[in-house]
Design a protein around this ligand. Sequence first.
Ligand SMILES: Cc1cc2nc3c(=O)[nH]c(=O)nc-3n(C[C@H](O)[C@H](O)[C@H](O)COP(=O)(O)OP(=O)(O)OC[C@H]3O[C@@H](n4cnc5c(N)ncnc54)[C@H](O)[C@@H]3O)c2cc1C
Length: 391
Amino acid sequence: MRRTIFDEDHDAFRATCRTFVDRVLRPDQEKHLANHEFGRQMWLEMGKLDLLGLNVPEAYGGSGLEDPRFALVLAEELSKLAFAYSSCVGIHADCVAPYLVDLGTEEQKQRWLPRFCTGELVTAIAMTEPGGGSDLAALRTSAVRSGDDWLLNGSKTFITNGYSADLVVVAARTSPDKGARGITLFAVEAGMPGFERGRKLDKVGQAESDTAELFFSDVRLGPEQVIGEVDQGFIAMMERLAIERMGAAVNNLAHARQILDETLVYVTERQAFGQPIGTFQANRFTLAELVTQAEVTQAYVDACIMAQLEGTLTPVDAAKAKLWTAQVQNEILDACVQLWGGYGYMNEYRVARAWADARVSRIWAGSNEIMKEIIGRDLGLAGQPVQRRAH
Ligand SMILES: Cc1cc2nc3c(=O)[nH]c(=O)nc-3n(C[C@H](O)[C@H](O)[C@H](O)COP(=O)(O)OP(=O)(O)OC[C@H]3O[C@@H](n4cnc5c(N)ncnc54)[C@H](O)[C@@H]3O)c2cc1C
């Protein structure tokens, strides 16, 4: 089914993204896989093409685009090459940018955003802790007053871009007795005394991106490092959920559709019992179902994106998009592995890596169980209150 949400500006932008992916990113993918890192050079190359500050105002070096379809196009093209690329770029350009743009002071924006857009300043967001990620309101990393400053102590884990980031937005408890209303966001920068990182974590998939543990030991943070208002960090995170979940949904679906397309070619070439494997009725039916799932899901995701453009996207609809696309992505990729047979289990084949890359979609950005809680509560079926965020 033809998608109707794009005009010629989006098409031209897609061509730019494809050129970047094919000429710059693809040739270095093996290096990224081996290094477990996207690499600074790639960030700088993206900055040169104005791909990192799409939603950042022009005054700070960005493109000032309020249309989410441009970010969607970039995410789709990155996901088609590897899920890790849209993950690590998405964290920087889609997840962290709104915090700095919406909540940053003029001084902070001047200090960070121009380098954010050029790729000289790579960012991450650190909410999850070793003790738990789903129950964000229970986080334990603390920031305690020391004169006008704060002293940050604690640790975070599973942080995308955590190993390479120059600036990490860290959620910390500033009022021990206030629960969710006692959390503040801080900008912790590379080189600050007391800020250490663990090794790059050895993930099941997405080897092209770095993921790390972060440790804070009496990191002294001045008031100029506070993002937004003290004790308002949880609300700030909640307000950005719908956008973050839509980013996940777009990536999930684009990633699965690309591998499905590649599988549709493979099944016409691979022979068994004297005929292409795609022509066996069992496989033809499977593929018919997968293509239907992908196209129907695309219609929902595109409708959500248009709602986002119009400002009417609800957090619950975004949760449905995240939940559903993660399920569909995993179902499609599992079936694709089956169709590739033994090759589908070999890491040198894209389908095998894509299958492993996709597994985390049901865990991160608010797990699928948490998405169901959100959707279920919207049906008026609330039990214990559950509040959850992305990543
Ligand atoms: C590769 C990777 C990258 C990540 N990147 C980031 C990042 O950049 N920044 C960041 O802050 N975090 C990041 N995360 C963390 C991610 O968001 C968390 O893993 C996720 O929120 C789940 O938290 P948890 O791992 O602590 O699981 P837990 O919260 O311990 O949950 C364990 C299981 O219990 C289930 N569960 C929990 N509560 C409920 C409930 N109320 N009802 C039913 N089931 C429930 C969960 O769904 C899950 O299946 C990343 C994780 C991974 C794996």
